[in-house]
Design a protein around this ligand. Structure first.
Ligand code: KIV
Ligand code: ZN
Length: 389
């Protein structure tokens, strides 16, 4: 794969679905997976097959029906998990990826796993070797990597790559990292894992401090070439990194990120977001970047005037490229004459200056009383104006 190609790994159907209240039926997951394929993600993490019969079936169905992306199943470094994942992924053939994970931080080693460093390395290596006996494409995640001693992290990554891992993932499992520090960790790994170039370096960030996207972008800038996240940022606790935000940041700022190639069909972004919201039952907040209802809505009079003169005055992305019809200029008490005149023209009214003056002052009165001034309100105002003549 080209050095500048960024692999987009979507875990909406695994980590995203772990979000309380987000679980989906097998049929819903299949619909989302098909849409993710249309969006052009490189890897779909379809589930965690060992956790339930339903998850097993759903991963198997996706592995059977969805073509294009790699289909991935999560697994602990345990023989039973890996065998079940391999069986669920079997219909995907060479497009199957097994993703094994094991916690590496001191707090997890001591309290959760009660294992020392050497035992952890051995379990990880055995897990990767067993996964490799089923599929060529094996990802290893060092759970809680951002709180792991960097020297130990480097040591275990060297060993799992030696054992056959083709991707090594550095999760910020508890959303603890901050961008500069996380980027330094990625650079440290490039400098201190001698065989690192035999694997793709991946990152997987959680949003507990609201930094998941920033941390992911900092890691990409430092050389990571796979990024994991979810649509709409759904996921455990405060969620995962939002893929649509990462993709659009890279697309919008090539001057900063350089020429990073991504295989995403941008025009499918909004449709995918809406489908995930419907299927997961998790509504998107209005002011969510890229896909929120207000992401391309301009309310202030000065902004509306600017947009009408030249869209780029207040918009850094053309909303049409990601599937929106156009920018929105909702009419509120903040709107100015330019937006009012524009809307009146769209409604088919070409009025004289003094008529617009009259309507504008009545329009402001309505705006003071309700959140939005609707087209019907304007039509009533125009009719009132016209009937006076
Ligand atoms: O957050 C995390 O550490 C995970 C791993 C399983 C990759 O979701
Ligand atoms: Zn996670």
């Amino acid at each position: 794969m080209a050095e500048n190609r960024l692999i987009i790994f979507d875990t909406t159907l695994r980590d995203g679905e772990q979000c309380p209240g987000a679980s989906m039926t097998a049929r819903q997951k299949l619909e989302v997976a098909k849409q993710l394929a249309r969006l052009g993600v490189d890897v779909i993490e379809a589930g965690f097959p060992v956790i339930s019969q339903g998850d097993y079936q759903s991963v198997r169905e996706i592995a059977t029906q969805v073509k294009g992306p790699k289909i991935c199943g999560l697994s602990r470094c345990l023989p039973k998990d890996i065998e079940v994942a391999a069986s669920a992924l079997e219909p995907a053939g060479s497009a199957a990826r097994i993703h094994v994970f094991l916690a590496t931080s001191q707090i997890h080693r001591r309290y959760k796993l009660a294992k020392d460093e050497e035992e952890i390395i051995q379990i990880a290596v055995n897990g990767v070797r067993l996964a490799k006996s089923f599929v060529e494409d094996v990802e290893f995640s060092a759970e809680d990597a951002s709180r792991t001693e960097p020297e130990f992290l480097a040591r275990i990554l060297q060993q799992v790559i030696e054992a056959g891992a083709t991707t090594v993932n550095i999760p910020d499992t508890v959303g603890y990292a901050v961008p500069e520090e996380f980027a330094s960790l990625i650079r440290y790994l490039f400098e201190n894992v001698p065989n690192i170039h035999k694997a793709v370096v991946s990152v997987h960030c959680h949003n507990d401090l609201g930094l998941a996207v920033s941390n992911s972008l900092a890691a990409i800038k430092a050389g990571a070439r796979q990024v994991e996240g979810t649509i709409n940022g759904i996921g455990e606790r405060a969620g995962n990194a939002s893929l649509e935000e990462i993709i659009m940041a890279i697309h919008t700022r090539p001057d900063f990120f350089g020429k990073i190639e991504i295989g995403i069909q941008l025009k499918e972004i909004l449709r995918t977001s809406r489908l995930v919201a419907r299927m997961s039952g998790l509504a998107v907040q209005r002011n969510k970047a890229i896909v929120g209802e207000n992401a391309f809505a301009h309310a202030a009079g000065i902004h509306q005037d600017g947009i009408l003169k030249k869209r780029e005055t207040y918009e850094i992305i053309d909303p049409k490229i990601i599937g929106w019809d156009q920018s929105e200029l909702p009419l509120t008490k903040h709107s100015g004459r330019a937006a009012l005149e524009n809307r009146l023209r769209m409604l088919g009214f070409e009025l004289e200056k003094d008529e617009i003056d009259n309507i504008f002052s009545q329009f402001k009165d309505i705006g003071d009383k309700k959140k939005f001034v609707y087209d019907d309100d304007l039509i009533a105002l125009v009719e009132g104006q016209i009937s006076r003549i």
